[in-house]
Design a protein around this ligand. Structure first.
Ligand code: 1PR
Length: 566
């Protein structure tokens, strides 16, 4: 029996793709053995992680040859991200591992010397369709054929990758669209005969992405031949500046309340209990701002570019199979088609029965449940302490390194919970990276450093934020989620001094967090620092400032932002 098949090699979140296909009214089977590929009518190959591990898995499972055979047979094939990259001959990521070689060319690392952009390329970027059809082809119009495979010129789609295939005129007939990142123009989608592929993730690109999957599932791009004289292939044009948008992220801090229900809560400087009411424990109730799955859905509808869940009581031990956030992720990924990050408790754990699970296993459970990225807090601080004590030698066995190795750097976010410590002069604190501040301390101090904390801010460590983020980047982390305990829940604006300092210290993307109180604060953080994203919690949960108001405000100030229908 034929049908639609998903080719998975167990490296990351394919649940979202399955959910997207189901949402569009289609069923998808999983390839379980090589024979499934040969009998399939259509195959989708979503790739996550590294090029080398993807190809090795294909070879080890004896999938590579049947896949080449399937592609040659002329049946519809769609590759996503690494699934597109493996169609090429090779990748700089793992030069010794050959690709499928269907398309000539090499997948290359983005230019890290280009100071205008962070690597990985993570977020929503525009595509420029190079193929055009002269609409005098009445026959194809009648058939509802779609030369762009559901991709809309100038829409933005969600990318998350460090490697891409640069635009190359020699393979022009393969290129459906290009995208500009910094000064580089790379291939963002390919289409020729029965082969279609996107470097971005349609299943994570909101309704714009669902339209692409729908077009593929309905077969609207099949049998469009390039021999057709009506098709024109344009050259890409390099713009003075790329069209990469800033991301607005909604963050949901989740924990059980005193009644035992999982709720979204929000603290002031990390204190999540009400100040006024008392409960049986002699302290205020846990603030309850709503149900996690419902709120995530609301933020998706409101236009959030990403959603982050933080399990804020993760310092308590919990059996791996009973992690409360797994079910939340599974349910959320059924209706929310933008990237999901999960944080809290990403570390080695020991079940109550004594069974050990590595951080990699814990992360794997989350990816399989619908997470695209995991965020590591306390464990990153402990890992950096050991890294610095060991003369900056990589051990290879920290949670950051093992997860980045298996799932790619782009899947590893570091959540930082710093607090400001004032000092009188640089001499007073020679061991830490200091900032000269415009906001003097209680005793008129003009210098400060940012101390990293663990266990949700309960314990300060002798590590500063600069040490933490630069070390985590060296270990392979792909993004920094930069909170600030002094600013959290204050509505007084982001800590621009801290954010600017961190952004200048690393090449990976940085998310500004803590303190957003009004639309102006988002504009300010994008104007005054070069961060890729801004996150907020309280103002969204309390419905003080809807996400759309933030986006409209930024758009009016010419800050590039994803639109609703993209
Ligand atoms: O250490 O790896 O187990 O992770 C624990 C995670 O839980 C960390 O990411 C840590 O930031 C988070 N966390 C722990 N305790 C709290 C708490 O609030 N008591 N939440 C907590 C941190 C901060 C932000 C917040 C922004 C924006 N919350 O996530 O959403 O500050 O808030 P605002 O816009 O309202 O100002 P591990």
């Amino acid at each position: 029996m034929g049908g639609l098949y998903l080719l998975d090699y167990g490296a990351g979140n394919v649940r979202s793709l399955v959910n997207a296909v189901n949402r569009l009214g289609y069923e998808i089977e999983w390839v379980k053995e090589p024979g499934d590929i040969l009998k399939a009518d259509k195959v989708i190959f979503p790739g996550v992680g590294a090029f080398g591990s993807a190809m090795q898995s294909l070879v080890e499972k004896n999938y590579a040859e049947p896949l080449k055979h399937f592609i040659k047979s002329g049946k519809p094939f769609m590759g996503i991200c690494v699934g597109l990259q493996t169609l090429f001959e090779r990748s700089e990521e793992n030069p010794n591992v050959p690709g499928l070689g269907i398309i000539p060319g090499t997948v290359k690392l983005f230019n890290k010397d280009d100071n205008n952009k962070a690597v990985p390329h993570m977020g929503w970027n525009k595509v420029n369709c190079l193929k055009e059809i002269k609409y005098n082809n009445v026959q194809q119009q009648k058939e509802g054929k779609d030369i762009h495979c559901g991709i809309k010129q100038d829409n933005v789609y969600y990318f998350i990758h460090s490697y891409a295939v640069p635009y190359n005129e020699d393979i022009k007939e393969w290129i459906l669209s290009t995208t500009q990142y910094g000064n580089e123009i790379f291939i963002s989608s390919i289409q020729k005969d029965n082969v279609f592929g996107t470097q971005f993730h349609p299943e994570k690109s909101g309704y714009a992405g669902l339209r692409i999957l729908k077009s593929f599932l309905e077969g609207r791009s099949e049998n469009i031949s390039l021999d057709d004289k009506e098709i024109i292939i344009k050259n890409p044009i390099k713009l003075p500046k790329d069209k990469f948008t800033k991301r607005i992220i909604a963050c949901l801090d989740v924990r059980t309340n005193d009644q035992g229900d999982l709720v979204v809560t929000k603290g002031d400087q990390y204190d999540v209990r009400e100040r006024s009411t008392n409960n049986d424990f002699g302290c205020g109730q846990i603030r309850n701002l709503g149900k996690p799955v419902d709120l995530a859905r609301r933020y998706f509808d409101d236009g959030a570019d990403e959603i982050t869940f933080l399990n804020i009581t993760s310092f308590r031990n919990c059996p791996l199979t009973d992690l409360p956030m797994l079910q939340i992720l599974k349910l959320t990924s059924e209706t929310v088609f933008v990237p999901l990050t999960i944080g809290g408790g990403i570390r080695d754990v020991i079940d109550p029965d004594g069974k050990f699970h590595s951080a990699l296993e814990v992360a794997g459970e989350y990816f399989r449940s619908g997470a695209d990225k995991v965020s590591i807090g306390s464990d990153a601080v402990y890992a950096v302490e050991k890294y610095l004590a060991n003369d900056k030698k990589l051990s290879g066995n920290t949670s950051i390194e093992t997860i980045a190795h298996a799932y790619g750097s782009q899947a590893v976010v570091i959540s930082v919970d710093p607090r400001r410590i004032y000092v009188n002069s640089p001499e007073a604190e020679p061991n830490h990276h200091l900032i000269k501040t415009s906001f003097p301390g209680p005793n008129g101090e003009f210098w400060c450093w940012y101390q990293c904390t663990v266990k949700g801010g309960r314990e300060g460590r002798d590590i500063d934020v600069h040490q933490l983020v630069t070390s985590c980047e060296a270990m392979g982390a792909g993004e920094i989620l930069l909170n600030c305990m002094d600013k959290d829940g204050t509505n007084s604006g982001y800590d621009l001094e801290l954010i600017d300092d961190v952004k200048k210290a690393v090449r990976i993307p940085v998310i500004a967090s803590s303190g957003a109180g009004k639309e102006e604060h988002f504009a300010e953080v994008f104007d005054k620092t070069n961060v890729e994203a801004a996150l907020a919690a309280g103002i969204f949960h309390r419905q003080e400032v809807p996400i759309q108001n933030v986006k409209n405000y930024l758009r009016e100030r010419n800050i590039l932002i994803r639109s609703d229908d993209s």
